[in-house]
Design a protein around this ligand. Structure first.
Ligand code: OOG
Ligand code: MG
Length: 262
């Protein structure tokens, strides 16, 4: 579609404000049904520009909708890519203020930290594993800025893939000797099991999601530098949370991650 620059700016402002005010907006494809992926990533880039102008910094990259469970939950078939910012980081065992969010959900993810840069096209699991410094367990808190958490892919990409908060666990593991496909993940909400998965739920291997992200960035002429923190996408479906909820996620051989919503 190639949206006019003014409209890109206007839609980015609307979504950025929806996040700042914790008030949902209608999905932007209602007004712009022909919005395509390039338009959507242009809006995401404009949101980044706005946040950086406020002094906020990109803290990492994320892949989303990389598991069957998530694709089914959101009714889509293709992964998406987004940005994580410094202010979204919450310490392990920390508190998250529910009033700052619209309708948060939590999802368990395996995160990668790179020791060398990755560049597509042709990036694959082997290249990702060779470039990985270590993996850490993580929980992403997503919070769509759209009413009722309902959106299509283009609207979701424009909304920076619902990025909102993230918590990283303290156990860093080398990928050597760790089978990320069979690694079990158990999420508990208020002491009861809310979701379970194995690493293979994410595109057969979480490193495949990282390779996909690298190849998608290559199409825009970008590489992923050494040191980048990358979340590979929710292995389980996302679980809604409200103030008062406690989340505890155990990752086999990787420790656990927890948080409380207040
Ligand atoms: C889009 C973001 C999905 C994941 O890990 O699948 C995502 C959404 O479902 O709101 O972060
Ligand atoms: Mg996620």
């Amino acid at each position: 579609m190639a949206l006019d620059k003014d409209i890109v700016r206007q839609l980015a402002e609307q979504l950025d404000n929806a996040e700042l005010n914790a008030r949902p907006v209608s999905k932007i494809t209602d007004a712009y049904p022909k919005l395509d992926w390039d338009d959507a990533y242009a809006i995401q880039a404009e949101i980044r520009r706005r946040k950086e102008a406020r002094g906020q910094k990109v803290a990492g990259l994320k892949a989303g909708l990389t598991s069957r469970a998530k694709m089914k939950q959101m009714g889509v078939e293709t992964p998406v890519f987004g940005l994580i910012f410094d202010y979204m980081s919450v310490p392990d065992s920390g508190e998250i203020k529910a009033a700052e969010l619209i309708h948060p959900k939590v999802e368990a993810e395996i995160a990668f930290v790179l020791k060398s840069a990755l560049r597509g096209p042709g990036c694959h699991i082997g290249a990702v594993l060779a470039a990985t410094d270590f993996v850490v367990p993580a929980v992403e808190i997503i919070d769509s800025r759209y009413e009722n958490f309902r959106f299509d892919l283009a609207s979701g990409i424009a909304d920076n893939t619902s990025s909102s908060r993230f918590v990283v666990g303290g156990v860093a593991r080398s990928v050597e000797g760790l089978d990320l496909r069979t690694l079990g993940i158990v999420m508990q909400k208020n002491g009861e099991i809310a979701a379970m998965a194995a690493g293979a739920a994410v595109l057969g291997h979480p490193a495949a999601a990282v390779a996909m992200l690298v190849n998608a960035m290559a199409k825009r002429g970008e590489e992923v530098p050494a040191g980048t923190f990358i979340m590979s996408g929710g292995a389980t479906e996302a679980i809604p949370v409200v103030a008062g909820d406690a989340i505890h996620v155990r990752f086999q051989d990787m420790g656990s991650v927890s948080m409380r919503f207040v």
